[in-house]
Design a protein around this ligand. Structure first.
Ligand code: ATR
Length: 277
């Protein structure tokens, strides 16, 4: 049998650090396999995935703009993918195509590792933004039993739709009400694209946030965002977004190559150097 192949499918996809992460693990565990970039336009996505078996692919990651199209193609989806209507991980099993969304797993594992008692008494969590990343984060926070999950967004109807994913714990509001939610927050998450290199600045004030709250930015380019710098100066513990990228990759690697990989400091430093380079 030839060495198993996996890939990250996106359009564009050159920026993806997934080949660096999986390549590190393949080498680390001495596994004869490969992980490649696959730059596939939307009109070619379905054919590319249907050709997995023929081309020796055991699966792959799916990134922008294919996450919803990937969900539509799978024979079976895990609970997170079904709830979010989007996949980031695909694998073949007995000729059937399986899909998962591991963003929530990655988000929680990053906080568990970066700030072990981040949940406090699971009272209030505040999430900025109501896009795809926010949906995964809100579901993950609900799975840990937070009593109130406030989704703060510029566009109100999107905030309401995402807050609904948290069931009775969900609340939706605009940035004018953020200060009030911050007063009782145990955790604040930036799930907007603001603060990323090339995007606008995230303009929030953390004055009301308790000092024992944890601040997590999903943005990881740059690693030290304006929000994290402000939170540090305010006395809060901070967790950057890189760990979510690393941890969301774990379940896919395990499916494709049969070994559960570890998110080590060495791996983190390797990817961090690439981001900062
Ligand atoms: P992703 O899938 O990565 O989460 P997305 O779906 O494009 O990305 O969502 C981006 C989020 O950043 C949205 O919540 C968006 O707010 P709107 O729903 O109001 O568009 C938020 N965002 C982007 N630019 C923003 C800005 N200038 N001010 C406030 N929020 C912004």
């Amino acid at each position: 049998m030839s060495a198993p192949r996996a890939c990250v499918i996106g359009w564009p996809v050159r920026h993806s650090r997934s080949p660096m992460i999986h390549g590190y693990w393949l080498k680390q565990y001495g596994i004869a396999g490969s992980y490649e970039h696959a730059e596939v336009p939307p009109e070619g996505f379905a054919d590319f995935v249907r050709g997995f078996g023929r081309e020796g692919f055991v699966g792959g990651n799916v990134t922008i703009p294919h996450k919803e199209a990937g969900f539509a193609l799978v024979d079976e989806a895990d609970g997170d993918a079904a709830a979010l209507g989007a996949v980031n991980t695909l694998w073949l099993e007995d000729g059937r195509l399986f899909g998962a969304n591991t963003d929530g797993i990655g988000f929680l594992a990053n906080l568990d590792q970066g700030a072990p008692d981040w949940e406090g008494d699971r009272g209030t969590a505040v999430v900025l933004g109501a896009g795809g990343a926010s949906r995964a984060v809100v579901r993950a926070l609900a799975s840990r039993g937070f009593g109130r999950i406030a989704v703060v967004n510029r566009t109100a109807d999107k905030a309401e739709a995402v807050a609904a994913l948290a069931g009775p714990a969900g609340r939706a509001c605009g940035y004018d009400e953020l200060w009030r939610w911050l007063q009782s927050a145990q955790v604040l998450v930036n799930a907007t694209s603001l603060g990323m290199v090339g995007k606008g600045k995230l303009d929030v004030h953390l004055g009301e946030l308790p000092e024992d709250a944890v601040v997590n930015d999903l943005v990881y380019v740059p690693l030290e965002t304006g929000l994290l710098a402000q939170a540090r100066a305010h006395g809060n513990r901070v967790v950057d977004g890189l760990g979510m990228l690393l941890h969301q990759a774990v379940p896919g690697f395990e499916r494709w190559f049969g070994t559960r990989p570890e998110v080590t400091e060495e791996l983190r430093a390797l990817v961090a150097a690439d981001i900062e380079g």
